[in-house]
Unconditional design. Structure first.
Length: 101
């Protein structure tokens, strides 16, 4: 099972910048394009009342001024990644994914 910091490194390598934010507080001033992510769910598997496997999922949002951002394509190619939705807010495009990592 990979760690959250490994996910952080993977997302930074896709973005080719350090503008990857994990659960940023509202006081953080973001520069764009950026990736924002947070833990979404934890699924445990049990056998004989013992947890033998755990999968965490993360909500990943790519935020970019460009509606045809190559970052969206790169994130969508991560194994176990699923596109959820797209929306526009404050003239910025938001593409939201769910990733089991």
């Amino acid at each position: 099972m990979a760690t959250r910091l490994e996910l952080q490194s993977l997302l930074e390598s896709i973005l080719k910048a350090k503008r990857v934010y994990y659960q940023p507080p509202s006081s953080v001033k973001m520069a764009y394009p950026a990736i924002v992510y947070s833990r979404n769910n934890i699924k445990n598997r049990y056998a004989d009342d013992v947890n033998y496997a755990q999968r965490k999922s993360y909500s990943i949002t790519v935020i970019d001024k460009n509606p045809d951002s190559a970052i969206v394509d790169a994130v969508s190619l991560i194994p176990q990644c699923r596109f959820d939705r797209h929306y526009t807010s404050d003239n910025l495009n938001h593409d939201v994914f769910t990733l089991y990592y």
